[in-house]
Unconditional design. Structure first.
Length: 419
């Protein structure tokens, strides 16, 4: 028998278009992670350098930092559906190019870096439209639930994709993984084509006018609550995230757990992300209050994790940290989108992408340096304390902003509310 909580947790699945979107999403994410493994293995085979793998990630993230707001402006002005289909075709073509490069016997990483950079450009220009389209397949009231379920699907697709790639790689080679990923994008296109047009919840589009990118930047910079939320998210996503770095450092160092321990921690973390997705999906609303509490608790847990003496106690703390990370991401995305004007939605999504990419680019090297210089335990404690401080500062700032809003609504000047 289905309980009310279960019904609430999966309420976005009541909508036909979202069911198609969710099914296509997990297939596409699975294919993407199969390609990630294949690309990383191919680069390692050619260079025998982990730094070369890291450089490919920079190539993918750089276009978002530079072109993200242009992608957001396009998403706000153009119909989402054709942009989404064009982006899927572009990614499929790039996956096919990777397969051709591999079959031709690649002896240099430069063509692979070129594909990574091109893929980053497609993501930067098409990603905001993808996010905007995802908001049109459900009514606004079910958007937070759809985002939370999307986090679950992304975690499940990552686990499934990496697992399948590990099994298939000896039989298909890297080229086979790239072909599978190329095919997965056509599943998304088929799902979009099968959606019922009358069931879309279309967002208001922005007017065609010059300066759309500058207008989006002005909106973000002149919206204090959004700036505070983005600042908190940046801290949580840099020193409070990038657990792949700190978990690897802890496994190789203080925990003395080696590669097997790192694999265990990665699995525990993946389970935690799925649990966090379910918890967020079960919430009737994702509020700023929830964001602040979760950021505080997750930061405290991260600081505590640096004190854990053994592998299993460290893994036990990683579980709620992973769940909290997903809840933070989902809440930030939900509030940033739902509390912003619809014609600005694509540019807000682009701002989220830019902050996320910047946090990853800063946090990974910073945590790596702290782990090398001070030890991974100290790195975790510094990151955790920083997140706790950021959550407290954000709470103070948002409380003051809320008070200002109340005074303005009452027609009072600051300092006269007690007169």
């Amino acid at each position: 028998m289905t309980t009310p909580a279960q019904t609430s947790a999966f309420r976005a699945l009541r909508h036909h278009n979202y069911r198609l979107w969710a099914g296509a999403d997990i297939i596409s994410v699975t294919g993407t992670w199969m390609q990630v493994l294949g690309v990383n293995w191919l680069i390692l085979t050619l260079t025998d350098s982990a730094m070369s793998v890291g450089l490919s990630l920079v190539m993918q993230a750089l276009p978002t930092l530079l072109l993200g707001m242009w992608g957001g402006a396009l998403a706000d002005r153009l119909p989402s559906r054709p942009v989404v289909i064009a982006a899927q075709l572009g990614q499929a073509a790039l996956a096919a190019v990777l397969a051709v490069i591999t079959l031709a016997g690649a002896d240099s990483v430069l063509p692979i870096y070129g594909v990574a950079l091109a893929g980053g450009v497609v993501t930067a220009l098409g990603g905001p439209a993808l996010g905007r389209f995802g908001a049109e397949v459900v009514p606004p009231g079910d958007l937070p639930n759809a985002m939370a379920l999307g986090s679950i699907l992304n975690s499940a697709g990552r686990i499934l994709g990496m697992s399948l790639a590990g099994v298939l790689l000896p039989f298909t080679g890297n080229a086979g993984l790239f072909v599978i990923n190329a095919a997965s994008f056509f599943v998304v296109i088929a799902a979009v084509a099968a959606m019922r047009r009358e069931e879309f919840h279309r967002l208001a589009a922005a007017e065609r006018q010059p300066g759309a990118v500058a207008e989006g930047l002005r909106y973000v910079l002149r919206t204090p609550w959004l700036l505070v939320v983005l600042a908190l998210w940046f801290v949580a996503g840099s020193v409070g995230r990038n657990y792949q770095v700190t978990m690897a450092a802890m496994s190789a160092g203080p925990l003395e757990a080696g590669a097997s321990g790192y694999g265990l921690l990665s699995t525990v973390f993946a389970v935690g992300t799925v649990a966090g997705g379910f918890l967020a999906a079960a919430r009737p609303q994702l509020t700023i209050r929830l964001l602040l509490i979760t950021a505080f608790v997750t930061g405290a847990a991260q600081a505590l994790s640096g004190l854990m003496p053994g592998l299993w106690t460290f893994a036990a703390v990683m579980l709620p940290i992973a769940a909290g990370a997903v809840a933070i991401d989902t809440t930030v995305s939900a509030r940033a989108q739902l509390d912003s004007p619809e014609p600005m939605r694509g540019r807000v999504i682009a701002a989220l992408s830019i902050v996320s990419a910047g946090a990853g680019a800063v946090g990974g090297p910073l945590l790596g340096w702290l782990s090398d210089a001070l030890g991974p335990r100290i790195a975790l404690e510094i990151g955790g304390v920083s997140c706790v401080a950021a959550a407290l500062l954000a709470a103070v700032a948002l409380t003051r902003l809320s008070g200002q809003t109340i005074r303005q609504a009452a027609g009072l000047r600051p300092g006269l509310e007690n007169a």
